[in-house]
Structure formats: structure tokens, C-alpha cells
Design a protein around this ligand. Structure first.
Ligand code: UDX
Length: 429
């Protein structure tokens, strides 16, 4: 099929590259000329495992990019993968995607053949029906243009693999034509996937809500195990032993039970805040979701509290190990390292930070702290080490701890292997 993808950010680029690999002809539309040139040259504009290979194979060939919205007219279907950032109060900001829908409407105004526009971005329930579709229609899109919602559940670091092997395909639409066209788009994916992903056919609002429910459920699962873990710590109970046992109950499941310093990234914090704001706007007080955020916000403080049982943070040299929001990425968005570094500075500590790949990104956020180029260098002379990201290399740290001024380690991810000869505190164990 001829497919267009509007937006070549993290989701748009992986989706476009995967669709090309599945045999479709894909046009990526983006306002950023640098990104467009890079795709046409067969180079991935973002880092994701497997994406370089897909771009090298299809970029400039079956996958092309352009800054011209009119290119969508020559395609059968358009996925819209534009950013939906947060407003100051946490509510969703639809201005970018709204503008994109308007441009799309203008481009499709002169088309008479049927066309499907699929919202892939995360938007709160009702957005497509009450804001995005009307924006597109006002700009000229006619009755021949059908609308659907198809949320994406990719994780950073495995976005290509997740797209090609999804747990489910969610299609929300009131249009039979859109449903059939999307089924044709997914046919090669279903054929290639390791196991048949269930197709969930639903309405526009339900599809929008499924994305929020999925993400907030997972964030809540982590916050619940973190709260249970905090209680475990107070009673000298190992939360990981508890988690292993409860995970054996199929109704609970073993995944996302790693307690520690909490969740970050581009999705969980933004989506939880947006759903809370949407609920409040509708007159409902989402008490549990607010608590999910409150527990997460409290974890860095718990870490510092444990540290202060052993060292006076004021005036101490503190090594922060791990700056990325999770291992395998240089993304620091909502990383737990950010509130930790802020709190350390407020308390008058001298911070030395290390991350295998995220140091440069954190330097933009905190230009004034010291950055070490290895964990060993960060630990040398430090009075305290705080382990924030579960990078594998931290498991192997051993004699590096012997160079600390006082070997106090607070582990926020249960990743440090050595325990002997250290004042070691696990956050929830
Ligand atoms: C998440 C969702 O998993 C994905 O489906 C959605 O499309 C986007 O948001 P991502 O943000 O890439 O993906 O990261 P994920 O691997 O889910 O981890 C999120 C955060 O939770 C990380 O900060 C991670 O460290 C933390 N986490 C995860 C825990 O603290 N404990 C766990 O058991 C699992």
C-alpha cells in the first residue's frame, strides 16, 4: 500500500521504517529538513536498535521523506504521529497535532478518492472527535476522508521489535472503510509476527483511552510495588523476595515488579498527568492516580533519607551513578536522577555524575555539576554513591568502591553486586 506518516519523531520514524520493511511504500512528512534529509540518505534520525538497518535498507527508496504535506494526497492512508506535550498544569497540549491535522485537511481538500487518517499520537479521550477531526474538516477534508485511532505501545530501546511483535493491535473507528484499509496495512505484520497479535476493534474514544489505561496501569503497578517496598524496608523485609512470590499469581504477573527509585521517561509521567487533568476537567477526582504520582515523586527523597542515616550530605562529595531514565538509552526525560541531583544541590552536596551515554544530555540540564567519564572516576574520593539507573556495568563494580572516602552506597535499582565492606542500603530491601 501507499502510506504516509506525518511526524518523524520517535514513533513516526520507527513506524514508517517498519511499514516499509513490511513491503509498503511509505512517505514520511516532517517540517524538519535535517530529519527529512537524513531519512532520504538512509540514516536514522534517532537511535533505536534495528532502526539503522531498516533506514539503510529502505531510506530514499521504499521509504522517502518530505516537508510537503501535499505528498499525502498520493497515498491511501496517513498515520499522524505528532507530539502531544504537556501544558504547565499537566493537561495535554493539542496545538501541534491540531496544526498538523489542519495542514492534512488542506492537503486532502482536493482529493476525491477515499483516504484514511489514523491518529497514532497519545490523545485524551474525545480529542479526535471533538478537536482533531473538526480541525481537519474545517481545513477542507471531505466525506471521503475517514478517521481512526491506532495507539502505539512501543518501549524506548525496543521500539522496532515492539512494533513488529505487538501484544495487540488496537483500531478505533466508526468507519468500515477505515477498518478494512487498516486491516490491509496490518496484514503483512500479522503474517510476519512471531505470534498472531489480537485485533481489538473499538470506538475512537475507547482506543484513545486504552493507551492511557495501559500506561497508567503500568505506572500504578510500579508505584504499588514501590510503596510495598518502602513498607518492606521499614520491617527489614526484602521486597524482591516478596515480589517474586506475588508475581507467581497469574492475576498479578511477574513483570513490572522491580521496586526502586521509580519511573520516568517520555510516556508514564506525561500520560499520568494528562489523564489526571482530563479526569479533573470532567469533574472526577482521580485519587488513586494522584497517589501513583505522589509515591513516585517520593522515592528520590527516600533514597536521600537512607543516605542520611550514614553520611551528612551537606558538604559531602556524592557520586550519582546512572542519569538515563532507564538503561539502554541516553534519554533523561523525567529521569529520577533529576530530582535527586536537585535535592543534593539544595542540601549543599558536591555532585559528581556518571552515565555511560546520558552525560551530555544531563549536562544541558545541570551544566554546573561535575561529570566523570567512568563509574570508577565518579566513586574516587566520594563519601556517598547513589545508584539511579540499572545499567549492567554497575553490577560488576567492586574494588572501585574501595577508593571512596567513605564507602556508603544507596542502591535505587538493586543492581550493585558487591555488599561486603560497604555500608550498603537497598531502597526496598
Ligand atoms: C513505556 C511503556 O512500557 C510503553 O508501552 C509505552 O508505549 C511508552 O511508555 P518506556 O517509557 O520506553 O515505555 O519504558 P519502560 O521500559 O516501560 O520503563 C518505564 C520506567 O519504569 C523506567 O523509568 C523504568 O526504570 C521504570 N520501571 C520499569 C521500574 O521502575 N520498575 C519496573 O519493574 C519496570
Amino acid at each position: 500500500m501507499e502510506i504516509s506518516v506525518v511526524g518523524s519523531g520517535y514513533v513516526g520514524t520507527t513506524v514508517a521504517a517498519c511499514l516499509a520493511d513490511l513491503g509498503h511504500t511509505v512517505t514520511n512528512v516532517d517540517i524538519d529538513e535535517g530529519v527529512v534529509d537524513s531519512i532520504n540518505a538512509g540514516e536514522a534520525p534517532i537511535h533505536e536498535p534495528g532502526l539503522d538497518e531498516l533506514l539503510a535498507k529502505h531510506g530514499g527508496d521504499r521509504l522517502r521523506a518530505t516537508t510537503d504535506y501535499d505528498a499525502v494526497r498520493d497515498t491511501d492512508l496517513t498515520f499522524v504521529a505528532l507530539p502531544t506535550p504537556s501544558n504547565e498544569d499537566g493537561s495535554i497540549d493539542l496545538s501541534i497535532i491540531g496544526g498538523g491535522m489542519e495542514s492534512l485537511g488542506g492537503a486532502l481538500a482536493s482529493k476525491s478518492d477515499p483516504h484514511v487518517v489514523v491518529v497514532k499520537s497519545t490523545v485524551v479521550p474525545g480529542s479526535t472527535e471533538t478537536e482533531l477531526e473538526p480541525a481537519m474538516r474545517r481545513a477542507g477534508a471531505g466525506e471521503n476522508v475517514h478517521v481512526a485511532v491506532n495507539p502505539e505501545f512501543q518501549r524506548e530501546g525496543s521500539a522496532v521489535e515492539d512494533y513488529l511483535n505487538p501484544d495487540k493491535l488496537v483500531v478505533g473507528t466508526d468507519s468500515e472503510y477505515a477498518r478494512e484499509t487498516l486491516a490491509a496495512v496490518f496484514e503483512p505484520l500479522i503474517e510476519r509476527a512471531d505470534s498472531d497479535p489480537p485485533l481489538v476493534e473499538t470506538g475512537l474514544r475507547e482506543a484513545e483511552m486504552i493507551k492511557y489505561a495501559n500506561n497508567t496501569f503500568l505506572a500504578a503497578k510500579i508505584s504499588l510495588i514501590n510503596e510495598l517496598g518502602n513498607i518492606c524496608k521499614e520491617y527489614d523485609v526484602d521486597a524482591y523476595e516478596v515480589a517474586e512470590a506475588i508475581g507467581l499469581d497469574d492475576r498479578i504477573g511477574e513483570q513490572f515488579l522491580q521496586s526502586g527509585v521509580g519511573w520516568g521517561g517520555s510516556c508514564f509521567p506525561k500520560d499520568t498527568a494528562a489523564l489526571i487533568a482530563a479526569a479533573e476537567r470532567a469533574g472526577y477526582d482521580p485519587a488513586l492516580l494522584k497517589a501513583v504520582v505522589a509515591v513516585n515523586d517520593g522515592q528520590p527523597g527516600r533514597m536521600l533519607g537512607l543516605a542520611e542515616r550514614h553520611v551528612d550530605v551537606e558538604g559531602s562529595r556524592v557520586a550519582v551513578l546512572g542519569l538515563a531514565f532507564k538503561p539502554g538509552t541516553d534519554d533523561i526525560r523525567h529521569s529520577r536522577a533529576i530530582p535527586l541531583i536537585e535535592a543534593l544541590r539544595e542540601r549543599g552536596a558536591e555532585v559528581v555524575a556518571y552515565d555511560p551515554v546520558a552525560g551530555e544530555n544531563m549536562r544541558e540540564r545541570f551544566p554546573d555539576i561535575e561529570y566523570a567519564d567512568s563509574a570508577a572516576a565518579a566513586l574516587d574520593g566520594a563519601h556517598l554513591a547513589l545508584v539511579v539507573t540499572d545499567w549492567d556495568e554497575f553490577t560488576a563494580l567492586d574494588e572501585e568502591f574501595d577508593t571512596m572516602a567513605t564507602p556508603v552506597v544507596v542502591d535505587g535499582r538493586r543492581i550493585v553486586g558487591r555488599r561486603d565492606g560497604l555500608t550498603y542500603e537497598g531502597l526496598t530491601w
